[in-house]
Design a protein around this ligand. Structure first.
Ligand SMILES: *Cc1c(COP(=O)(O)O)cnc(C)c1O
Length: 495
């Protein structure tokens, strides 16, 4: 059965999966959602005998119904290969009574590799299927991890260029070094003087700029998005929740049908929305626990039904979650509003005009799958130290936000359902914060020295992604004001 995608903001003509992937954002500024969430057509017992790649095919074929079997398998095989440094792709590590789902074994050691290593192939295939001859220009705002993962995914992919904007003072030194050393003639990296929301708002403005769109088309270019609003990002993320459940089943850690809680360190709401999709496809997930850092807009939202971004933006040690507008939440709002685009558009309009909106009682009641929690900076650091001292396992700051929220949730509810914690980054990506949490004495060391220390402490080899940038030359040094993003894009494209 063919699955179509609809914009969250108006009842426009539904599009095929490949068209939704190509466009990224709908013309009315809405996000694409499938008209219905498909159900798994195989049992989880059957999934427990599959490889990650086989699982990816079985899950993604239900969403990308206009891809042929060969096309989809080709994308999967190109993405999920030796770029990943572990055989099972997403290992589960049991520590202190929880299962840490390590999603950081790809090229840039953060979970975004799971989707961004396949997106370029989905995009190129989508372009071919729709007879697009323009060169595709990926425009992305990043709070740190998306940028590098997208750059790594698109570098030297024929028929594409990629431009990444990041907040100049809002990412970790390692994250910045990873981006500015990116190779590939088709890659551009720009720091902006502003925060992540400024970068994201600026990118959205460029996507909506009709005049620019025309100038681009005349020069043979068209924009697409690699941000987590692209359905081609969301769909690959559903896979690892199916795979994780099946792995726990295979290892005898769960009975078939037994409920599982999932805790996800959340920023743009993409990862946890993928878990929600997995639940509605048939994976027995009970609670979806949404973990925030001190930028706890989502925690407040799930408590009160009011989304309010009018607050101070706090820079934390988990920068990939320093976000006040969680774009993917719009998809949940739309779905819980009964797929009523007008209703959703009114909320989003209120968000853009007043910076806030309040959902109805019925909608709030329809969100009981979710539960919000947050962790302060101190709690996050304490969790890293305590877990290390108790088990020897070292987690990164984002994962530690989730682990903290899990501990608080268990203490508050007494819910002892088995739990998967989405482990979204390698501790080697946020080495300084991680090592400082364990012992302040490390603060005087340099970044790479710290990586060596962490390697000894955790008894884990330094990932290739870190070793590579030790000596890599800086290839990108453009910095601009947020008002100048358009000019920078035009200069890069030579238009
Ligand atoms: C992007 C990111 C997150 C947040 O994920 P969303 O899908 O945006 O909610 C959490 N942790 C890390 C390490 C990330 O890179």
């Amino acid at each position: 059965m063919e699955l179509f995608y609809q914009s969250t903001r108006s009842k426009s003509k539904p599009v095929k999966a490949s068209q939704a992937i190509l466009k990224g954002l709908a013309d009315d500024g809405g996000l694409y959602v499938p008209e219905a969430i498909p159900t798994l057509d195989k049992g989880l017992e059957e999934f427990s005998h599959m490889t990650y790649q086989e699982t990816a095919y079985e899950v993604m074929k239900l969403f990308l119904t206009d891809f042929t079997e060969d096309e989809l398998k080709d994308c999967i095989n190109k993405a999920y290969d030796s770029k990943f440094d572990t055989e099972v792709m997403t290992p589960l590590v049991e520590a202190d009574g929880a299962y840490y789902l390590e999603l950081f074994h790809g090229a840039t050691i953060a979970f975004k590799d799971m989707a961004l290593s396949i997106l370029p192939h989905l995009l190129i295939t989508s372009a071919r299927k729709n007879n697009v001859s323009n060169e595709i220009v990926i425009l992305t705002a990043t709070s740190g991890d998306t940028g590098k993962a997208a750059l790594a995914g698109f570098a030297d992919v024929k028929g594409t260029k990629i431009i990444v904007f990041y907040p100049k003072n809002g990412v970790s030194p390692i994250q910045e070094k990873q981006m500015v050393t990116q190779k590939g003639d088709n890659t551009f990296v720009v720091g902006i003087t502003g925060n992540f929301d400024d970068a994201q708002t600026g990118v959205k403005k460029l996507f909506g700029d009709k005049e620019l769109e025309k100038q681009m088309a005349d020069a043979g270019f068209q924009f697409s998005s690699a941000n987590s609003i692209n359905i081609g990002r969301l769909v690959p993320q559903v896979v690892y929740y199916v795979y994780a459940y099946a792995q726990l089943l295979k290892e005898g850690k769960l009975e078939n049908g037994e409920k599982l809680n999932v805790v996800v360190p959340t920023g743009n709401f993409g990862n946890i929305l993928a878990a929600y999709f997995a639940k509605h496809m048939g994976v027995p997930i009970a609670k979806l626990i949404c973990a925030s850092n001190e930028n706890k807009v989502l925690y407040d939202f799930f408590e009160t039904g009011i989304y309010d971004k009018n607050r101070e933006f706090i820079l934390t040690s988990s920068p990939s979650m320093d976000i006040l507008i969680s774009s993917n939440l719009e998809r949940l709002i739309y779905m819980t509003a009964g797929c009523d685009a007008d209703k959703n558009a009114a909320f989003m309009n209120s968000l853009s005009k007043q910076g806030k909106y309040e959902i109805t009682h019925d909608m709030k009641n329809a969100m009981t799958d979710f539960c919000g929690g947050y962790a302060t900076e101190q709690e996050t650091a304490d969790t890293i130290k305590a877990l290390y001292e108790k088990t020897g396992y070292v987690i990164d700051t984002h994962t530690a936000v989730a682990a903290t929220v899990l501990n608080k949730y268990k203490a508050a509810t007494g819910d002892n359902t088995k739990t998967v914690v989405a482990s979204t980054a390698s501790p080697f990506k946020f080495t300084r914060s991680v090592m400082n949490a364990i012992d302040k004495k490390y603060d005087s060391m340099g970044d790479f020295e710290l990586a060596d220390e962490l390697s000894k402490l955790a008894n884990v080899k330094i990932p290739k992604a870190i070793d590579e940038i030790r000596t890599a030359p800086v290839l990108h040094n453009t910095v601009c004001d947020k008002e100048d993003m358009k000019a920078v894009v035009m200069k890069f494209l030579g238009i």
